[in-house]
Design a protein around this ligand. Structure first.
Ligand code: SAH
Length: 469
């Protein structure tokens, strides 16, 4: 087949909508859909397509005839290179409108469910610097931008600390300022990088598996405590002590300084020992007087302010009177369970990660909550008739599954025991819609409310209230 047949240049095409995963959509003259990676709805562009797929094209705008009025100037220098914050070039109102649309479209097209009047999406007050946790990677082979390569300069020092280039496991984009976490996040990262370079402390090279510094996690809680966890490849005591001592001297406000020595091939610290160097091995998050203890491995919603909004919506939808048995499925560290506990007779939380359940129990105890109980296990295996007869028939179920949605068995079990109300919190409206289409047999959607937890990205959360028909 000739190249001409495979690739097309379509001229003067209007970009009409946003699609899943941050892509945008246009229509080719032959009527097929084109998914674009670098345009904003409202742009008028020439499009170069890649290989044609069965029923659609993938392409790139190569010439911009008109720029959309939905556009705005990205604040970040790394826009387009870094994998995060892909929607920074769109005004926030436009981002919200597209998120709202995506949720509604999924519920209608995948779920085939009847929708009540949709409550408008809840946006964030802070559209930058909203994350409480960031993870950066070190690398001895920094990603050079096109401009840097074109400049012809010699880049001797290729040490970097920042983010992975999308789909390149060994290439790190060096970051000087990230707009996602408040200060002193950038200052701490930059100081560590510069101190290490000045003192010839080596950066990890994942290809050759050499070098000391691997990853850096910074957590800054709403109570202003700061946790820093440095992951190193090997046990270089002198370099480690030198670095940690100086980090602490420069940033005495760090309340938890920890490190991990990980000489495995992969970067995950979940199967590694975390060593405390200074302060406490945890920080606290606070919400409505409840305290949540967070250690290096704990999960906590990354946008604290908006998590509070999400939980309030969830609690409103649950509409508890104080007499109900409530199940909180996929409870994580039991935050939603504790958040609704004072309005319920009792709350039963289930979650597959044992450490999260240990945190949930400890937090509930410290918060003087005595009507919650927590269980570890795979939901499809734990949430059985026997479990329900032991723990009580729930009047209300709150469920907050991961991106894959609920296992079919879990959905079927909900249908079988048929609690009067289900509140479904989801970070993926497509799998939520799939599950709702099964629940439709017995449940009617009373309310649906999208919540934006991650401005500048295409991610969206959605809360649905279901009641028995
Ligand atoms: N509701 C919590 C966390 C929700 S994230 C909060 O707001 O903080 C989804 C949770 O589901 C994660 O904690 C994950 O560990 C858990 N999970 C994923 N698969 C699971 C399974 N098969 N069974 C039980 N829990 C699971």
């Amino acid at each position: 087949m000739s190249r001409k047949k495979k690739f097309h240049l379509f001229e003067n095409i209007e970009v009409i909508d946003a699609a899943a995963k941050g892509k945008t959509v246009a229509k080719a003259p032959d009527g097929k859909v084109i998914f674009l990676s670098n345009a904003v709805p409202g742009d008028i562009v020439d499009i170069q397509t890649g290989r044609k797929r069965k029923s659609y094209y993938e392409g790139k705008a190569v010439k911009f005839h008109k720029l959309s009025d939905k556009r705005t100037e990205p604040v970040c220098d790394y826009f387009g290179v870094c994998g995060g914050c892909k929607w920074q070039n769109m005004k926030y109102e436009a981002q919200l409108a597209f998120k709202q649309n995506e949720v509604t479209n999924n519920l209608i097209r995948i779920g085939h469910v009847e929708l009540p009047e949709v409550t408008p999406i809840l946006g964030c007050k802070e559209t930058y610097f909203y994350r409480n946790k960031m993870e950066f990677s070190f690398s001895a082979s920094r990603w050079l931008t096109e401009e840097e390569i074109k400049s012809g300069n010699d880049f001797n020092n290729k040490n970097a600390c920042g983010f992975h280039i999308p789909r390149m496991w060994d290439k790190i984009l060096d970051i000087d300022k990230c707009h996602l976490q408040e200060d002193p996040s950038n200052a701490i990262r930059n100081y560590i990088k510069e101190f290490a370079i000045a003192n010839t402390i080596s950066f990890y090279n994942p290809r050759t598996q050499e070098g000391l510094l691997r990853t850096l996690m910074i957590r800054i809680s709403s109570t202003k405590e700061i946790m820093v966890v440095l992951q190193m490849f090997s046990d270089e005591k002198d370099n480690r002590e030198l670095l940690l001592q100086n980090v602490l001297k420069k940033f005495p406000e760090i309340t938890s300084l920890q490190y991990v020595i990980n000489n495995k091939g992969n970067d995950t610290i979940y199967d590694q020992k975390v060593v405390l160097y200074h302060g406490r091995d945890h920080i606290f998050e606070e919400m409505e007087g409840l305290k949540f203890k967070i250690n290096a491995k704990s999960f906590y919603q990354t946008n604290s302010a908006q998590a509070y909004e999400l939980y309030k919506i969830t609690r409103n939808f649950a509409n508890l009177t104080g007499n109900e048995v409530v199940y909180d499925l996929y409870t994580g560290t039991g935050t939603i369970a504790q958040f609704v506990a004072k309005n319920a007779k009792k709350v039963v939380g289930v979650e597959s990660v044992p450490e999260a359940i240990a945190d949930a129990k400890e937090n509930a105890k410290n918060n003087n909550i005595d009507n919650t109980s927590f269980f570890v296990g795979d939901m499809a295996k734990v949430f059985t008739d026997e479990f329900i007869s032991k723990n009580g028939m729930p009047e209300v179920i709150i469920t907050d599954p991961p991106r894959d949605g609920m296992h079919k068995k879990v959905v079927e079990q909900i249908l079988k025991i048929a609690p009067k109300r289900v509140v479904y919190v989801s970070c993926n409206a497509a799998t939520q819609a799939r599950d709702l289409s099964i629940l439709d047999e017995k449940y009617k959607i009373i309310k649906t409310q999208a919540v934006d937890m991650f401005p500048q990205t295409f991610h969206v959360e959605n809360v649905v209230l279901l009641e028995l028909r």
